[in-house]
Structure formats: C-alpha cells, structure tokens
Design a protein around this ligand. Structure first.
Ligand SMILES: [Zn+2]
Length: 246
C-alpha cells in the first residue's frame, strides 16, 4: 500500500488515534451513564463544533462559516439517506451494501493500544468492521443505558457511516461534502481542498436518518473510546461539555 493510499484509509475510518497528552491532564471522571445522557442531548450544531475541532483547516473559517458548513453537511447526509433508501428499497445498511456491490469484512484481530478503530471504508469496495470494538461497545450497553450500544444497532450504525463514505466516493463529482472546497493558496496555481470533517458530519447524519435514530451517532465517537482509554474518553467528553455549556 502506497503512502497516499494509507492516508486515505485513515481519513475514511470511523475511529481515532490516541494523543498521549490526554493521559496527564486529569479530566473529570464522569460516569458512563451521565456521559451517555449528556451526549445524547447534544445537537447537530454542537457536534459540528466538535467535528471542526479536529479539522486541520479549522483556522481558515469563522464561527458563522463553520455553522453554515455544518448545516449543509447535515442536510447532505440526510438527503442521501433518503435517496439511497429509495434507490435500493431498503434501510438495512447490510442489504444496501450488498446491492451496491460492497464487501463487508469482519476483522477479528484484537485492537487497542494507540489506535482505536471502529470501522473503515477501504476504496474501492470494502467496509471493515472491527469485532473487538463492537464487543467492547456492547459490553457497556447496560451500564451506559445507551440504546446505540445494542449489538445490532451498533453494527448498523458503523456500517451506515462507512456506507456514506462509499456513496461519497461514487458521487465525488456532485456530492456536497466533496464539492465544498476551500482555497488553500492561489499562487502560482489555485489549490483547493475539500474539508474532511464535513464528510464525518454528513456520514453521521446519513446513519442517523437511514436508521431513524433519535440521538446523533456522533456520541459513539466518545463512548466507544471508553473501553480502550478512559482518560481519552473523559477528555473528549469534557470537550463536548464545554461546547454544550455544561
Ligand atoms: Zn467517517
């Protein structure tokens, strides 16, 4: 696998890399149930801010621009969920993936360590789910009270999220998350880049609409880290609390 391809893989992954500085700061140690409750009440605009916090190009935008991008990315995800469900006459991510000719691979190697990876889309046609992550997430179902951690739901959410990345890839010329671009520099050539976090925002909205979820699956971005690295989960949770003013 070439260097560029490897980067691409990471961009399309539902998961995150641990940053060592999380461990030393001593974030408030919130209980799992309290975390799940606050996170489920976090709205799309707040998740947009969370998404932009990890966007390399964040510094190029004003708060108003970020809000506007967030709105459009959410609309894009929902619109495509409607379109895809209609086109393939199904709301089951597994069935849709099949009809789209995508392979679903279950990776059974144990994870952990520096990289927490839940699922990924590998071009052109493969979605990988990480069994260890699903197992550890489901184990928190009761303690957290979070319905998204029901095994079937969790699997569907992860699949639906990656399905959106496949949809993006196949509609790269027209889909909002790819056509929205920012000028990085103009001279001597114009260099325009798409904004990576818009894909993530839209993928979560896509999953939410396709599966008819009440709260944003973005909460899994925090909760699924918990069984691997509590300090990092608390750090992420603390960030969300700051965004929602708790
Ligand atoms: Zn993603």
């Amino acid at each position: 696998m070439g260097k560029k391809e490897k980067w691409k893989r990471l961009m399309d992954a539902f998961g995150r890399k641990a940053a060592p500085e999380y461990e030393e700061k001593g974030y408030p140690q919130a209980g799992l149930r309290e975390m799940a409750q606050t996170l489920s009440g976090t709205d799309a605009r707040q998740w947009g801010k969370y998404a932009f916090h990890r966007e390399p190009l964040e510094g190029k935008f004003t708060e108003e621009q970020k809000d506007a991008f967030t709105l459009r990315a959410n609309a894009c995800g929902k619109e495509w969920a409607k379109r895809i469900a209609g086109k393939y006459e199904s709301r089951s991510p597994r069935k849709i993936a099949q009809k789209m000719g995508l392979k679903i691979r279950m990776d059974n190697t144990s994870r952990g360590g520096a990289n927490v990876l839940f699922a990924q889309f590998v071009q052109p046609d493969e979605i990988t789910l990480f069994a260890d992550c699903i197992d550890r997430g489901c184990a928190l179902r009761e303690e957290s009270g979070c319905a998204l951690l029901e095994r079937e739901t969790l699997t569907d959410v992860l699949l639906a999220h990656e399905l959106f990345h496949a949809v993006e890839e196949r509609n790269a010329e027209t889909i909002y998350t790819r056509t929205e671009k920012v000028e990085l520099w103009r001279k001597p050539f114009s260099n325009r880049s798409s904004i990576a976090c818009l894909s993530e925002i839209a993928a979560m909205a896509f999953a939410g609409r396709l599966l008819g979820l009440e709260s944003s699956p973005y909460m899994l971005d925090v909760l699924l880290v918990y069984p691997y690295n509590k300090d990092m989960a608390w750090a992420l949770y603390d960030e969300v609390c700051a965004l929602v003013g708790k």
